[in-house]
Design a protein around this ligand. Structure first.
Ligand SMILES: NC(=O)c1ccc[n+]([C@@H]2O[C@H](COP(=O)([O-])OP(=O)(O)OC[C@H]3O[C@@H](n4cnc5c(N)ncnc54)[C@H](O)[C@@H]3O)[C@@H](O)[C@H]2O)c1
Length: 214
């Protein structure tokens, strides 16, 4: 199956497989069965086998999966070699936490430019990332060929910034604001809502056993 036909749910699990396989390889493990992998990443073995089957059967019966080969394979699928530059707009409480975390230890992305309107932090470097004035948004995004942005601004300004991001070629927005953004279908928006996640978790804990919730 071609890469663009991988089901979304499978695509979302790929970075999790990748991170775990990297841990295994660093610890000197050379092969793993789908059952062992299942115990570690908490997806059932059938799901793992099905996910892997989209890329052609990578395991051998009775042997399991070769960790190094699998890792090399996923690394290519996930473009681990290409480090994607990401912009972060809004360097407040949440934005600073994300800057501090950055992502490149565990993924193929890193925040390379941050933007804010607060004169106290514009033109400073936070966690190794330059904070630019919002006035420089278009120029930096275009100069650095940034295609993904994280939005951690107050909800009141989120839509305006989303339009500007779209106009300068951003293709994906990780939206932490509570506002549901209005952008064209060419821009993928992934909303992150921690309150929602917590409420979902509480709902499942109160209504289902852990196994049923999966
Ligand atoms: N999704 C979640 O789980 C979650 C959790 C916490 C906060 N939030 C949301 O994230 C956003 C940020 O929260 P916070 O606690 O970091 O707020 P904050 O007030 O600490 O930070 C907001 C930052 O945005 C900057 N800003 C304001 N207007 C701007 C503009 N036009 N362009 C660029 N920067 C601008 C401010 O100067 C400030 O640095 C809010 O929308 C909040 O609701 C989401």
């Amino acid at each position: 199956m071609a890469e663009h036909e991988i089901p979304r749910a499978t695509a979302k699990r790929l970075p999790i497989y990748y991170r775990y396989l990297k841990l295994l390889l660093d610890a000197g493990t050379t092969r793993i069965s789908s059952t062992e992998l299942s115990d570690a990443v908490k997806f059932d073995a059938a799901t793992i086998r099905r996910d892997f089957s989209y890329f052609g059967a990578l395991g051998k019966r009775g042997y399991g999966y070769d960790v190094k080969a699998l890792l090399a394979f996923f690394s290519e699928v996930l473009n681990q070699e290409d480090l994607a530059s990401v912009a972060l707009v809004g360097v407040g409480n949440l934005g600073q936490a994300l800057l501090n975390y950055n992502f490149h230890q565990s993924s193929n992305a890193r925040i390379s430019a941050a933007f804010d309107v607060n004169p106290d932090i514009v033109n400073t470097i936070k966690s190794g990332v330059p904070v630019y004035s919002l006035d420089d948004l278009e120029k930096q995004i275009s100069d650095q060929r940034i295609e993904v942005a994280i939005l951690t601004v107050p909800a009141t300004v989120a839509q305006d910034i989303a339009h500007r991001l779209e106009a300068c070629g951003v293709k994906g927005i990780l939206n932490f604001t509570p506002l549901r953004l209005d952008v064209s279908k060419d821009v993928l928006v992934q909303n992150v809502d921690l309150t929602n996640e917590l409420q979902t978790l509480l709902y499942f804990i109160n209504n289902f056993s852990a196994d049923e919730a999966k």
